[in-house]
Design a protein around this ligand. Structure first.
Ligand SMILES: [Ca+2]
Length: 214
């Protein structure tokens, strides 16, 4: 093999290596689909790995309260569940202080990205909505920068139809960040039920400068 061929082989193997790294993302939210449900406290549902911080989180089933579009209309079984806002103006569940398990030097060098995605939605022509936030923290818990937020999916975006849309955002993790909070909020603006709804909350963290797509 001549030198040029060797260089090409090297470049090819590096390309494969880089590609593999860029797809090496880690999911850091547990039970983001709200399928693991451990019971009720004071009438509110308790989901494994999530903390009920405020309001009335409720485990709803697609079979009980169908939606017109969203994750369940993509071929999933109808006995799956989603997060519903209960009977109060504001409901929020959280997973706080989730460590980012990458070398701090990679984060501080700008080589780590974070992608947040979730299905968020609401009910008919009501303005009740859901949002999802990621707060960025340093090792001692101090906040860094601005929260990463997706949602709401508004009534207008849903065209007044009950359903959920998948939203996502990707950022380069700022220097100093070592852990994150994930917050799902459901807000009631009309009626007695809080019809904000959410499902499939995913937070992925990974190295490489490509591979997220958005
Ligand atoms: Ca689910």
């Amino acid at each position: 093999m001549n030198i040029k061929a060797s260089m090409l082989m090297f470049a090819f193997s590096m390309g494969v290596l880089c590609h593999a790294q860029s797809n090496g993302f880690v999911r850091i939210v547990q039970n983001g689909g709200f399928e693991s449900y451990t019971g009720t406290i004071n009438g509110s549902s308790v989901f494994q790995s999530w903390v009920n911080e405020i309001g009335d989180p409720f485990s709803d089933q697609y079979s009980t309260h169908p939606i017109e579009f969203g994750p369940i209309t993509r071929g999933l079984p109808w006995n799956l569940t989603y997060l519903f806002g209960g009977q109060v103006p504001l409901t929020a569940v959280t997973q706080r202080n989730i460590p980012i398990t990458f070398d701090g030097q990679l984060i501080d060098g700008g080589l780590v990205k974070l992608r947040l995605s979730a299905w968020l939605g609401g009910f008919r022509d009501q303005d009740d909505y859901a949002t999802c936030d990621v707060l960025l923290r340093d090792q001692s818990g101090g906040l860094i920068g601005q929260p990463l937020t997706i949602g709401p999916v508004t009534r207008i975006m849903r065209n007044g139809v009950t359903g959920m849309m998948q939203l996502s955002k990707t950022i380069r993790v700022p220097a100093g960040v070592r852990k994150v909070d994930v917050i799902v909020s459901l807000v009631r603006l009309q009626g007695t039920a809080n019809n904000g709804m959410a499902d499939d909350v995913v937070v992925e963290v990974g190295t490489g400068l490509s591979g997220f797509g958005d």
